[in-house]
Design a protein around this ligand. Sequence first.
Ligand code: AMP
Ligand code: ZN
Length: 476
Amino acid sequence: MAFTLYNTLGRELQAFRPIVPGKAGFYGCGPTVYTYAHIGNLRAYVMHDVLARSLRRAGFDVTHVMNITDVGHLSGDNDEGEDKMVKSAGERGQPVLEIARFYTDAFFRDTSRMNILRPTVVCRATEHIDDMIALIRRMEEKGFTYEAGGNLYFDTARFPSYGEMALLRLENQKAGARVEVDRNKRNARDFVLWFTKSKFENQALVWDSPWGKGYPGWHIECSAMSIKYLGEQFDIHAGGIDHISVHHTNEIAQSEAATGKSPWVRYWLHNEFLVLDKEKMSKSAGTFLTLQNLVDAGFDPLDYRYFLLGGHYRSQLQFSWESLEGAKNARRSLAERVKNLAGRAEKAANCTDRPALGAAAYLEAFNGALENDLSTPRALAELWGLLRDTGVEPGEALRAVLDMDGVLALNLKEACSPSAGTEDEQTIREIESLIGERNAAKKVKDFGKADSIRDSLKNKGVILEDGPSGTQWRRA
Ligand code: AMP
Ligand code: ZN
């Protein structure tokens, strides 16, 4: 089966066919480093990580590029509001670059705690101003820009396919439609490529440019840096769904205008949001949790990774402490099973008469799930299926489990260490058989029996947790 991805460009599942066979060039929009990443942001980066790991697993040579936005991102994506970095620096009374360094380090601490691999290239906007200016010059030479009120704008009227990916209905986007309108714009959907004076006079970082001393608009950084590291056309671009209508739409317009090549990017991937109580999690609204908040509440960063893997990246995921608790318990019982498997594998190593039954079918289904638009919930289900299947030769099963962990990245190898201790196999079988009996009782609505099984297990120090991937158990 071909590696299949859901392409926002076309709104359908498509076989992944890279420009250069065997290679995959991939750009994921990175963080704006004016504060800590929230757990919604981290959902986006776990998705990028799963994408990179899955592509590599499928044999692609992956170049993953991520930007660090340390200049030019205003609080509104349509050039309105204040510069997020300048605002944060002002509030803290520290220089912008110091703030940027601090939160960039914090970001990578969080991502590494979640086993998110560092991208092949990490590039800071402030270190690529020349590349941005050069790209803007190319647009200017082709007549896609105009100057007004000291700023340089992209003239969307000159770019007929503007908004195609976002399926924007352009006739509805007249100037004046928004609360705050930049009067310099010929059209509300035009956007700033380069700011000089205009209303943003207090910018801390400014650079010389053909249009005067100033600083770049936000969208241009992603075009300039992705083109620099991946070429004028590349395979995949990823980001959250909030970026479809403005940021990515503008990135496409300016990149294709500058190079004259289309499509600039072949596959556009967008992750759905993590929501808190049905609201989008937002830094500006102050409704956000950081990874450290979860750690302070007694969770391991990998509990959160497990929680995220349990949802498909294109489905909205609702965060609650209860579901995080469920993920924590499931991960614990996963480790328990791996521990047990490792113990059995060690014993089985001395006993050669055992037939080698297939972990291959599970691995194939696991790979198939990832290659089918990164279905991590199905991939997790295959891992659980393998761990529950006592017919698979333990050594083979263990190798397959650790292989799967190459994408899941849940540190399952740690569970195999001798110090981890193992539950004996007979006990596990008994517990699982009782769980099976309890499920059967629940099915026929014999809740009395179901409860009494739960209680009898509890008396033996075994706690049951019902969750999306079935009933898990753990030691009290
Ligand atoms: P930012 O640092 O605001 O530029 O966002 C970084 C990434 O996180 C972008 O790809 C956003 O689309 C994504 N993002 C922002 N909020 C959420 C959320 N609540 N759930 C999932 N992804 C999000
Ligand atoms: Zn971007």
